[in-house]
Each structure stands twice: as C-alpha cells, then as structure tokens.
Design a binder for this molecule. Structure first.
Ligand code: PLP
Length: 385
C-alpha cells in the first residue's frame, strides 16, 4: 500500500483543498495595503451567508478557543451571571473560560451524547433568581457528535430572558444553515480548521445588532481580543488592528469561491448526506452509535466500542490504512472513536473509511461484513442523486 497517502477524518483539523493551498501560496501582501483591504472586505462579506449574519464577519488570527474567550470578554463582566449549556467537553471549555474571568456560571449539565432540549433550557432558566447576562451554547458538540437544536434554544432564550445568546459554532459553521436573526444568536464564533476547510490559525466572529451593542458597552478588560478594535479597523481602514495571517485569509477567499460554486445550500445538504451515509454504514457493521438520529451531527459521528474496542479500531485504522480518526475526550476516552466528515469531504471519502472498517473487523475476527457498510451507504447516496 501507499501508506504515505494519508486520509484525515478528524473533527478538526480537516483536509485542505489543493486550490485553497494554491491560493495561500500567493505572494505576500502588506496588511496595510489596498490589496489587503480588497481581500479582507471580500472575505468579511462573502462569509456573511455562511454565518447567517447581517454584519461583516470579523477575522482573528488565533485558534477557535480565542474566539470563545472573545465571546465571553466582549459581553459579560466579572461578577455577572451566565448560563452555560454543558453537553460535552467544548461546552465545559466555554463555561470554564467564563469562570476564569470571575463570571458566576450556572451550568446546565446534559448527559454526554444527548442534545439539550428546549424544555430543559426553559426549566433551567426558570430556576434562575439572578439576572442572567448571557446564555452560552455549543452549536455542535464535537466531543459527542451532537448537534444542538440552536434555533429552538435561541427562541427559548429570547422568550424567557433578556440574556444574550452566545454560540460556539466551531465545528459546524460552514456545514449547517444558520440565521442569526431568526435563531436569536447575538455572537457566533468559529475557527478555520473545521468545516471551513482551512489550516488552523484563524478564528471568526459574527454578531447581531444586539451583539454589536453589547460589545460596544462591555467593560471587561481585554486587549488582543477586544472585538471593538476589529470592528473599528474594518470600518475605518478595511484592515485588522494587528498583523493577521494574510495567507490564511487568502485561503478563506478561495473557500468562499468554493462555497459559492457548489451553492451554500448544497454544501449543507452534502454534510447531511455524509452523516446519513456514515450512520447507515456503521449500523450495518453492528457498531453502536453514541447519539440518536435526531441529535446526530452532520459534521462528526461518534462510534462506541462494540465487539471490538473503539481504541483498537482507531489504532488499526491509522496503522493499516493511514486513516486518522479521533478518540474520545475526558469521560468518553477509550470508549468511542469519532469520524469527522466536514469541509472538504465527499461521499467517496465516506466509502473509504467504511471499507477500511469492514476489512479491519474481519481481520479482528468478526463476521464477514465485506461490502455491507459500503452498500448501505451507497443506498443512502443513491437516494440523494
Ligand atoms: C475545535 C473546537 C474548539 C476549539 O478550537 P481550537 O481551534 O482548538 O482552539 C472549540 N469548540 C468546538 C465546538 C470545537 O470543535
């Protein structure tokens, strides 16, 4: 085999298309030059439909966690109260960031592998006897492969409180449809290395009118992550306040072109197709899925240990097929493996990983499943074409 041909199926980083790599290899331009102004304005506006926002999208040069931190420090101050939906390790991270800044965080803990239902959030908000400044949610909980019903949750937040709705969209923006107005989202953040098919290094923040107002009024101490600086630099100079990762932004421009060529609605449809294909295939192999169909994420799928341990399969995929998948985090460590299927991922890619699993299960002494998962996945694909 050509084991140097590597297949990346982690839920971040994700494969980068060759044309995006080519765009990033273009000669350097200065970030105070007119060329850069054209570039940043193009990216900020062409990303708007991807975030479902009415404002240009802000680009930060830092990883996704910096955008989570920005969402906290630009809206909530020390001593204020916030609710955090914690349904996995990324919900926990967002809550922990807020706690680090001295915010009183009320954690709504959800069983890992399940979504937060609107009823659960509504009941929880009703128990709050302090004014809640913000509700934090993880749109797609990468650690469990759960997509939270963000539209319904946003509606509950808007109906039950005056709180801002701040959403970590890191592992799904670019693979799901979102409308910040209809979904009542005030701040929505993501990073480059997930469904946006870029290398790691950029984070993005989109806001509503109310979100922008909150950013303007926020009093928490911050410097590099002060979003006002980014909004001002964009509005006044079509630039960024500090030296940005110019090459990655050139890559983002190419990503926008790819989204537009495919049609963003089709990009979203493709992600749901990939999800349905992988779930049909995994079921055919007799491996348990962590989440219900209803909660299942279109960008990452978590598979539990069955007759063969998840960690054994994860290692074998790497060693024998050069396929990288992710393991479980925290309480799910060793119990699941996760297949990322976001960004530059096609139905053929799903067939690759399923066929490797079929062969590996037979090698591990399981019943002969050859062709079974691929067939089920192809049947799903056929219905979509
Ligand atoms: C990957 C991820 C992050 C963290 O992003 P980094 O770029 O690693 O800092 C945050 N939230 C979610 C949901 C993620 O999937």
């Amino acid at each position: 085999m050509f084991l140097d041909q590597k297949y990346l199926f982690t839920p971040g980083p994700t494969p980068v298309p060759a044309r995006v790599n080519a765009a990033m290899a273009a000669p350097m331009i200065g970030h105070r030059s007119p060329d850069f102004s054209v570039l940043i304005e193009d990216v900020a506006t062409r990303l708007m439909p991807v975030f479902g926002t009415r404002h240009p999208v802000i680009t930060l040069t830092s990883s996704g966690t910096s955008a989570l931190e920005a969402a906290v420090v630009n809206t909530v101050s020390e001593g204020e109260h916030a609710v955090a939906i914690v349904a996995g390790s990324f919900g926990d991270r967002l809550a922990t960031i807020a706690e680090t800044y001295g915010i009183h965080v009320h954690r709504l803990n959800i069983e890992w592998g399940k979504s937060c239902t609107p009823d659960q959030l509504e009941s929880f908000l009703k128990t709050m006897d302090k004014p809640i400044k913000a509700v934090f949610a993880t749109f797609n909980e990468t650690s469990t492969g759960v997509l939270n019903p963000i539209h319904e949750l946003g509606k509950v937040v808007a109906e039950q409180s005056d709180a801002l709705f701040l959403v970590d969209g890191v592992s799904c923006i670019g693979g799901v449809s979102v409308d910040m107005t209809a979904d009542h989202i005030d701040l929505l953040v993501t990073s480059s290395q997930k469904a946006l098919m870029l290398p790691p290094g950029l984070a993005f923040a989109a806001f509503s009118d109310r979100g922008l107002e909150a950013i303007r009024k926020a009093t928490a101490k911050r410097f590099y992550l002060d979003l006002n600086r980014y909004v001002q630099a964009y509005e006044e100079q079509k630039s960024t306040p500090f030296t940005p990762a110019v090459s990655l932004i050139a890559g983002a421009q190419e990503v926008c072109a790819m989204f537009e060529e495919e049609g963003f609605a089709n990009v979203v449809r493709r992600h749901y197709l990939l999800r349905d294909m992988i779930r049909a295939g995994i079921r055919a192999l007799g491996l348990p899925l962590l989440t219900s169909d209803e909660d299942a994420s279109p960008t990452v799928t978590a598979i539990c240990s069955g007759a063969v341990e998840a960690s054994v399969l994860q290692k074998a995929l790497k060693k024998n097929y050069s396929i990288t998948v992710a393991g479980g985090q925290k309480q799910l460590k060793g119990k699941i493996f996760r297949i990322g299927h976001m960004g530059y991922c096609t139905p053929f890619d799903i067939l690759k990983v399923l066929s490797a699993l079929e062969i590996e299960l037979v090698r591990q002494g399981e019943v002969n499943h050859l062709g079974v998962a691929v067939q089920k996945a192809e049947e799903v694909w056929l219905k979509h074409v």
